[in-house]
Design a protein around this ligand. Sequence first.
Ligand SMILES: [Zn+2]
Ligand SMILES: [Zn+2]
Length: 401
Amino acid sequence: MDAASSSTGAEGYGNTTRNGGIFSFLSSGFLISPSGDKVDLKEMQGKSVGLYFAANWYWKCETFTPVLHKVYHQLKEEGSGFEVVFVSSDEDQASFDRFHRSMPWLAVPFTDLRSRRYLTQRFQIEGIPSLVVLGPNGELVSADGVELVCRYGARAFPFTSERIAELVEEERLKHSSQTLEMLLSIEGRDYVNNHGKNVKLSNLVGKTVGLYFSAQPCPPCVKFTAKLASVYANLREKNENFEVVFVSMDKNIDDYLQCFDSMPWLALPYDEEFSRALARYFDVQEIPTLVIIGPDGKTVTKEGRNLINLHSELAFPFTELQLRLLQEKQNEEAKAYPSSFDHVGHHHVLNLVSEKSGGGPYMCCECNEQGLGWAYQCLGCGYEIHLKCGREGEEESAGKK
Ligand SMILES: [Zn+2]
Ligand SMILES: [Zn+2]
């Protein structure tokens, strides 16, 4: 690590000290390198610093540390002058040492409990991992470093609100001019896989395409893949212009191949970096996720999974118009159901509710599938079922009537 020598550096550090800034408060007066060497605080002067609050015992920190590591290296190579300082919540010195050795940056000494506490309180850290970014003069730039790094990678630097506004605008423009080929092609590759054969992306243009973000050791993915496969088969049988492309979130190519083997549709060739960038572009928060792209190449909805779970193939083509038609149909059907109901699977009378009368998204206690809007509900017990899942208890309900 080289000492910063920019002309604003010394001034910046002075400013930090004068204003009672961060590093002037470190009671130990030094930071520590991953190999345990003392490093003078002057190393930090004039640099933008991310205070990284984390602990080895929490899986989210374990997951985020390599992501930050990558971004840190990238920014180093670009000569951006970005530093990270680890502020540990590890349980003891040995765990701290072990965790710190997996990082390329400095840390507040584990023995300096006072400083670690001070920083945690000063920045009101309520959860880890947390990355608080300070500007070259010690001023607070962003408290959302973790989210920004996950979403934008090294491009988030210098993490200022101006920079983030630029990135948001860039993304908006990208989404408004989006085409399927633009989304799925990369220099020299303009096809997807069909179990051994290549299919040109141009063949998919004009279809409704579901981008299926999924991975191998993931029980919800396995469950949804089966559901999607049946919907896919039904839509294809009806000659609907529907295609699905698997976007692998698998950690290696073997998992990818095994996962793809269980799917009847197409897949992007295995390319971890490309798939992750695509997931970031659509802000995919969990897997499985099904993003629906319309025939014009624009995003129709990111809620493909919910819509398939709720409506099966009736959800196609996933447009707002189709969803409104489904809603009207359900309203019509609900008229045939009594306003309260003695369901054999619950010991209280259930009431008919709609989205307007206290219903909402729910998990059906009878079939374990998602529901939305119309339901039979026992509010006190939080018990809800689909209208079609209600079963009348024969003698029981006859007796009560
Ligand atoms: Zn149900
Ligand atoms: Zn009840």
